[in-house]
Design a protein. Structure first.
Length: 363
């Protein structure tokens, strides 16, 4: 009998490890890939280097007028001079500490909800959904607890963009879940109502919805109810976005095998118990990428509120370009606005990937 000697695994060759190995395996693993890699390097690297030089190396950062912009690079002095307006809009300067409190507290709550080891996360989530919106409302609006009143027409910039996006996201998700369940209901009236609602709102563009919310909504509710422009925009965005969210979640519900429904019935669970404990958690997990994609689309669509007279981040930036003292610096403004939108959208997309990996348990 031959005795086989077991040898320990040998380390991979040096050319297959580290940066060299990654480049060889991913970018230069054949003649065709090598040619395309070199072609992309030739086409992409020079513009990137030029952009980096324009944004950072040759840029002007310090000053208070366009006279400080003497180089051939970007004039970030323009952005710094308009920075407060880009963040707060027309909110009174002496009351902006209230907005800062909201920004800081919102960031802390999001960090607490995202951080995996946060204690009492359930209580924090309940607080953020039930109590925190009331605190934010009184902080930003004022007119109580000794705070000066600030009308919503003075809101603008990043503050308004985040308000529209966060309220739209938080409110559209539960409405979308109810509409998705209603469209799959066995009750004809509820199913028909849900289907008509979803198809109607998905068949019109958001611009039309905002116009209708701004012009037609006051006619429906009567003169005794006073809705300002921000409230009308929020109602229109929530109604519009909930229809899209409903279709996303309906796709997740249809992907659940029939056996899961039968398992709930076998356990003696009623409809709501089976849906809340078995079906809906699986459907939401499946549709995480689509849900976050809808959130990102909503965040970017907030710029459309300009058509009804609300000045979000993009609108404030465009209004700043009309200042005769800063003509010719539109590129810097659009780059800054694009960067802000990219930070929030990229953050949501990465958190989506994290949730997918965390909740992936196989099937």
């Amino acid at each position: 009998m031959t005795v086989h000697e077991f040898k320990p695994d040998l380390a991979p060759p040096t050319s297959a490890r580290g940066v060299v190995g990654w480049l060889k395996y991913n970018l230069f693993n054949g003649p065709v890939n090598s040619i395309f890699t070199l072609l992309l390097i030739y086409l992409v690297i020079p513009p990137l280097l030029s952009a980096f030089q324009w944004i950072f190396i040759d840029a002007d950062f310090i000053g208070d007028s366009r006279d400080a912009c003497t180089s051939d690079g970007a004039c970030w002095v323009f952005i710094s001079s308009r920075f407060e307006q880009l963040i707060y809009g027309f909110y009174p300067s002496e009351e902006r500490w209230r907005v800062n409190i909201v920004f800081v507290s919102f960031a802390l709550i999001i960090a607490g909800l995202i951080w995996p080891k946060t204690p009492q996360k359930t209580k924090l989530a309940i607080f953020s959904l039930v109590i925190y919106p009331i605190i934010v409302f009184y902080l930003l609006i004022g007119d109580s607890f000794g705070l000066a009143k600030v009308d919503t027409h003075q809101w603008g910039g990043l503050m308004l963009t985040l308000t529209l996006a966060v309220v739209g996201i938080v409110a559209a998700l539960p409405f979308g879940i109810l509409l998705a369940l209603g469209r799959r209901s066995d009750m004809p009236i509820i199913r028909s109502f849900s289907t008509i609602y979803i198809e109607f709102w998905r068949a019109v563009p958001l611009i039309t919805v905002l116009f209708m919310a701004s012009v037609m909504l006051p006619l429906f509710v009567g003169s005794e109810v006073d809705f300002d422009k921000l409230m009308r925009a929020l109602i229109g965005i929530i109604m519009f976005q909930s229809a899209y969210m409903a279709e996303v979640i309906r796709g997740g519900l249809q992907a659940i095998p029939k056996g899961q429904y039968e398992a709930g019935e076998a356990l003696g669970l009623n409809y709501w118990q089976s849906t809340g404990l078995i079906i809906l958690p699986q459907a939401l997990k499946i549709t995480i990428p689509s849900i976050v994609n809808t959130f990102i689309a909503l965040f970017k669509d907030t710029s459309l509120v300009l058509i009804i007279g609300l000045f979000d981040l993009l609108a404030i930036g465009q209004s700043a370009l009309a200042d005769p003292a800063w003509l010719g610096f539109s590129t810097e403004m659009y780059v800054f606005v694009a960067f802000v939108f990219w930070v929030f959208c990229f953050g949501m997309s990465r958190y989506s990937v994290y949730l997918e990996n965390k909740l992936h348990t196989g099937h």
